[in-house]
Structures are given as C-alpha cells and as structure tokens.
Design a protein around this ligand. Structure first.
Ligand SMILES: Cc1cc2nc3c(=O)[nH]c(=O)nc-3n(C[C@H](O)[C@H](O)[C@H](O)COP(=O)(O)OP(=O)(O)OC[C@H]3O[C@@H](n4cnc5c(N)ncnc54)[C@H](O)[C@@H]3O)c2cc1C
Length: 384
C-alpha cells in the first residue's frame, strides 16, 4: 500500500530548478505542507542537462535583475546549503560579427551598466591580445562580463531539494500529473498517476512540458520545446585556462572550459520544435566547423561525448511568471528560453512571495501572461 497523502497546501508540478527553489522558499517562509510532483527524477530534465551558465549580460533589464538576485545566492551557496556548487566566475565573452549585432551589444552595455553590471567593451585587437587563439578577422568587437561564469546545475538543484526536504517538503518522484481540477475559476487540486491531491494552490514549473500542463487547466501558454545539443571534449590543455564562456552570437556557437576538457554547443536555427533528445552526428560536423572557424586550435580537440536537452522557448524570449488571470490559485513559471537555471533561485523567491503575500517587489510586468497584448513590449534579444 503506497503511503499517499491526498491534500497539500501547495502542489508543485515539476522537480527541476524552478520546482525545488519554489518549494524551498515556501517552506523557509513557514509553509509546512508543500509537495513536489515529478514525473521522472529530480533535476534530470532541462536543469540537469544544462551547461550551468550564469551571466548578467542580458538585453532586458528584468533578466539582468533576476540573475543579479540569483548571483547573491550562488556566491554564498555553501554557507546556506552546505554544498560546493563549483561556482566559477570565469567570465562570458560575447562576440559580434554583424554590424547590427554590434550595435545591439553596445546598446545592451548601456542598459547593463545602468543596472551596475560590470562589462568591458573590447575591440578585435584587444580580444586577440587576451585570447590569442581566437580568430578576430570577421569580428566587429566583443563584450566581457568578468563576474559571469557557471556552476553545477545538478548540485544547485539537489542542494535546494535536500534543504527543502529537511524543512518538511514532500518530494514525490515518478509521479506524473495528469489533470488539474478547476471549479468556478478556482484551482481545486491535481490528478496524478498515484492518486488525486486536493490543493488550493498549484504551481506549474514543468519546464518544456509547461504548455501541456497549462493545457490541463484549459490555458493556452505559448511555450515550445526545442532541442539543444552539447558536446564535451577529451582533456584539452592546449589553450591557457580558465577558458571563459565564449559566444559567437551571430552563429550561436559557444565553448568554455569544463575540466579537463571543453564544453561546446550551438543552436540549430532550422530545427522545428520537438521533444527529440538524440545527438545528431551531422549537426556535430556543423558545430566543429563553427569551432574551427573561431579558433583553429580547436581542430586538435577530440569529442568525448554529447547530449541533447530541451530549451522552453517563448515568442519574445522572456518567461511567463506569476498568477494566471481568471484561474485563482494557479501559478506558472515557464518558458525560460535557455536561461532558467541561473534565474531559478530568484524565481523561487518571487513565486513564494506571490503565493504567500499576493505581491512581490520585483516588477513582473515583462513576464506577465498579459504582456502578449502589449505591442510595444520588447523581449530578450540575448537568447543563445
Ligand atoms: C543544453 C542546454 C543548455 C542550457 N544552458 C543553460 C545555461 O547555461 N544557463 C541557464 O541559466 N540555463 C540554461 N539552460 C536552460 C535551463 O536548463 C532551463 O531554463 C531550466 O533548467 C528550467 O528549469 P525548470 O525547472 O523550469 O525545468 P526542468 O528542469 O525541465 O524541470 C521540469 C520538470 O517538470 C517535470 N514534469 C513535466 N511535466 C510533468 C507532469 N505532467 N507531472 C510531473 N512532472 C512533470 C519534468 O519531468 C521535469 O523534471 C540550458 C538548457 C539546455 C537544454
């Protein structure tokens, strides 16, 4: 007989970074009866498959502020959670080939500096001087965020999950939510593969499945899954370390150090939305070509393995965060368009405030469901 509790104060759908952070901050604020419902295992979908990048170089102020709020936590993670998350501030170097991209970078730098982001503007000559292995011939310039870097996304998520558990959060793995009960515009609870749970608050943090889960409540939210492939090389000590995250924005190719080798990836702009996770050898050839163009020394790197993960993309590159009008008690945080790992802690705090107090000091206008009607609304340009 399964020990199944059929009520909860808050039912969270999804055990990725968004789910565990939200659960932790709710429990920390005194909510004693929170359950995370995860159809597979914790942090093994987008969160565990991500490359852990943390950067303040965004075009939209709201994304900058979300990451700044998270960075404060990453810097002190060990003190609060007792886990070393391998937070390395090795920097993010964005490179622009096209004139238009370069103009956008310079305008983004103005925005970033207004919000206190340390960012350096570099000419091709300066880039060559600091990273002699890079081909700068076709570049207009680059921007470097020296405080940007990466951390281990699985360790971060499990740090949150373990502390949430200690505060009384129930974590039900291998438990799929199959339905959401709504009556008279109010959430009543969820149906799952193990039984029903009645709850007046339901949180959809189902990542790439966020749109499907919203659909269970009869809500249409435009979030689509797209495959992203990542490749890891064998040990590569030919270029000096640390190797920052280097992003060739116009072709979306990126690489960074991941001891003892390198991580690299690229977006396939022609690929349709799907849940496909397979690694594609033909696409790897395109990645290698882009790599060798940017740094011919990478010809010497040998690929060790690759994997596919899912981005959850929205039409404007910004997520949907908050309550859904007309569905009392139903909250969403989905559509992070490739930057949700680093925003998870901040989103967890914000969602817990919204659920407990009905408000947050964080200006969520750019992330609301209703923004879709505002034709003047601008989204995020730095989606890789
Ligand atoms: C290759 C790659 C690289 C990335 N690099 C970065 C990066 O450098 N920096 C960064 O910040 N972000 C990055 N991201 C994006 C980041 O991984 C995501 O934005 C983030 O992990 C989203 O977290 P989440 O909790 O919303 O989703 P997920 O981690 O996908 O978690 C959602 C969970 O919901 C569960 N679920 C779905 N439906 C149901 C259901 N019906 N019932 C129960 N459970 C359900 C799923 O099983 C899943 O575990 C990358 C992503 C990929 C794929």
């Amino acid at each position: 007989m399964i020990d199944w509790k059929n009520t909860a104060e808050v039912a969270i759908i999804g055990g990725g970074i968004m789910g565990v952070c939200t659960a932790y901050y709710l429990a920390k604020s005194g909510v004693s009866d929170v359950v995370i419902l995860e159809k597979e295992l914790l942090a093994q979908a987008s969160t565990g498959l991500s490359v852990g990048g943390i950067r303040q170089q965004f075009s939209h102020p709201a994304n900058i502020r979300l990451v700044q709020k998270s960075v404060q936590l990453f810097e002190h993670f060990k003190e609060e959670f007792g886990v070393d998350i391998n937070f390395r501030q090795v920097g993010y170097l964005f490179l622009a080939q096209k004139e238009e991209t370069w103009r956008n970078f310079l305008s983004d730098v103005e925005t970033q500096r207004q919000y206190g982001v340390p960012v350096e503007v570099l000419s091709p000559k300066e880039i060559k001087h600091r990273w002699p292995y890079l081909n700068v011939e076709d570049l207009k310039g680059g921007t470097l965020g020296p405080e940007d870097g990466y951390a281990d996304p699985y360790l971060v998520a499990m740090g949150f999950a373990n502390c949430a558990r200690k505060l009384g959060v129930r974590i039900e793995e291998k438990t799929e939510v199959t339905g959401i009960k709504i009556k008279n515009g109010r959430v009543q609870g969820v149906e799952t593969s193990k039984g029903a749970i009645s709850s007046s608050i339901v949180v959809n943090v189902a990542g790439p499945w966020g749109s499907e889960v919203a659909g269970m409540a009869g809500i249409n939210i435009p979030v689509k899954p797209y495959r992203r492939q990542v490749f890891m090389t064998k040990s590569f000590d030919v270029i000096p370390k640390p190797v920052p995250m280097i992003i060739d924005q116009d072709v979306t190719f990126y690489f960074r150090g991941e001891d003892p080798g390198l991580l690299m990836g690229m977006s396939d702009q022609n690929e349709p939305s799907s849940f496909n996770l397979h690694v594609d050898r033909e696409f790897l050839e395109e990645v290698i070509e882009a790599a060798i163009h940017r740094a011919s020394i990478l010809e010497k790197a040998e690929i060790l393995r690759g994997w596919g993960g899912l981005y959850s993309i929205t039409p404007d590159g910004n997520p949907f965060i908050g309550a859904i009008p007309g569905f009392d008690g139903f909250f969403c945080a989905i559509g992070f368009s490739g930057h949700g790992f680093q925003q998870g802690p901040a989103v967890g705090i914000i969602l817990s405030e919204l659920i407990l107090d009905g408000r947050t000091d964080f200006d969520l206008k750019p992330f609301t469901f209703r923004r879709q009607r505002d034709i003047k609304h601008k989204g995020e340009k730095r989606v890789v």
